[in-house]
Ligand binder design. Structure first.
Ligand code: GAL
Length: 395
């Protein structure tokens, strides 16, 4: 299905050569919210990317979320890194991270204040774009708190669905594009899926949040995963549905749930942004996060997200639940996701019923266990809230 978003400005997006595959990285927010927005976390994470082999499998962006600045701008109106969190300022940290072959991301907000009530970019867009570009920032997440609503003053969150969030995302996009040194900056729209952002995000940024936050509970994974299955066609090279930062390695999900969470985000072509403290990452979570075969699926140059398909005799999708059968094209085959939400079960498909495949025999590999086979169908016993991810090779 050709998407509206992709037809609009594909050429411009592709020409900037940025974000052609979903970004891979880490963000401070799910680790310890405001407390993790510091030099200490940024540099420790960058070092851990190298030490744990995460850089080798593609993780690149070290992103600092809300609460990195002081509560007030300085007398020139500039944002100020909180000296208790950034004793050497931000540029010194960005330089070190660049020297390690990694990238650095920062967070801001379209409104008057950020969601945690630090200064937002409202009315300061060009000034902020110039400042962050002068620090060498490679990624900017733009949140949606304290933006215009139906009454004054702007509330922390505007629940009024009719309010169009596009104008302030356009203002920041243009500010970033107008600043000479910011042209290499990824722009992430964090409006929580408002105004069906997936239908227009492509002309504004390189990724856009499709839903409210991932709160680190199983219900969030189900809510966001179910939403992703409704809108896969809006992702493409240069602009991707962002399912939100991961909760893998935080001790809140079971091992099967972590596999399903990571695997679903990967085949849906979401940015994969680790949200755990890398100093305390369980071995089982590290194994999931560094599964190179699954990361390769996420980073496949086609950049097309997997969606759901209904095999003959299978019940249809239920809104708000994760459907068991997923498939998406890859440059050398097809990836199939078999999800067993809520109860363990045997899931089987004939390749002839899978979009992108025809009847016949193919080589396949299950990417978590490494099991391989050849044949016309697959069948897996999938544990409760777990996933099998099968790559079928066609060339
Ligand atoms: C939310 C956003 C989260 C996080 C938080 C910071 O609006 O969705 O991802 O950035 O603000 O306050």
């Amino acid at each position: 299905m050709a998407s509206l978003a992709r037809s609009m400005d594909l050429e411009r997006r592709l020409n900037d050569s940025l974000g052609l595959t979903p970004h891979l990285g880490w963000s401070s927010w799910n680790v310890a919210q405001c407390d993790a927005a510091s030099e200490k976390y940024a540099l420790e994470t960058a070092n851990k990317f190298i030490e744990l082999g995460l850089k080798d499998v593609g993780y690149e962006y070290v992103n600092i979320d809300d609460c990195w600045s002081t509560r007030e701008r300085d007398e020139s109106g500039n944002l100020v890194p909180d000296p208790s969190k950034w004793p050497n300022g931000i540029k010194a940290v960005v330089d070190q991270i660049h020297d390690m072959g990694l990238k650095f991301g920062l967070y801001g907000c379209a409104g008057e204040l950020t969601c945690a009530s630090f200064p937002g970019s409202w009315g300061h867009e060009i000034q902020d774009a110039e400042l962050i570009a002068s620090w060498g920032v490679d990624f900017w997440k733009h949140d949606n708190c304290f933006t215009p609503c139906t009454s004054e003053p702007f509330p922390q969150t505007c629940w009024e669905g009719s309010i169009d969030t596009r104008p302030w995302y356009g203002t920041m996009r243009d500010a970033i594009l107008s600043v000479k040194d910011s042209k290499e900056m990824l722009f992430n729209l964090c409006n929580w899926g408002r105004n069906e952002v997936w239908t227009w995000g492509y002309d504004y940024g390189h990724s856009w949040r499709i839903e409210g936050d991932n709160w680190g509970d199983w219900e969030s994974v189900v809510r966001i995963g179910a939403k992703a299955s409704e809108i896969p066609e809006y992702s493409g090279p240069g602009g991707f549905n962002d399912l939100d930062m991961l909760f893998v390695g935080n001790g809140v999900l079971t091992e099967p749930q972590e596999r399903l969470h990571f695997g679903l985000w990967a085949i849906a072509k979401s940015p994969l942004v680790i949200g755990a403290d890398l100093n305390a990452l369980p071995e089982s979570s590290l194994k999931i996060l560094s599964n190179k075969d699954i990361i390769d699926v996420n980073q496949d140059p086609l950049g097309i997200a997997a969606g759901i398909f209904q095999p003959p005799n299978a019940p249809g999708p239920v809104r708000g639940e994760i459907y068991p059968y997923w498939a998406g094209p890859l440059s050398d085959g097809v990836v199939i996701g078999l999800v067993s939400a809520n109860r363990a079960g045997t899931l089987s498909v004939n390749f002839a019923d899978v979009p992108g495949l025809e009847g016949g025999s193919y080589n396949w590999k299950e990417l978590y266990t490494g099991e391989e086979g050849t044949g016309e169908s697959i069948s897996f016993n999938v544990a409760e809230n777990d996933i099998a991810i099968v790559k079928v090779t066609t060339s």
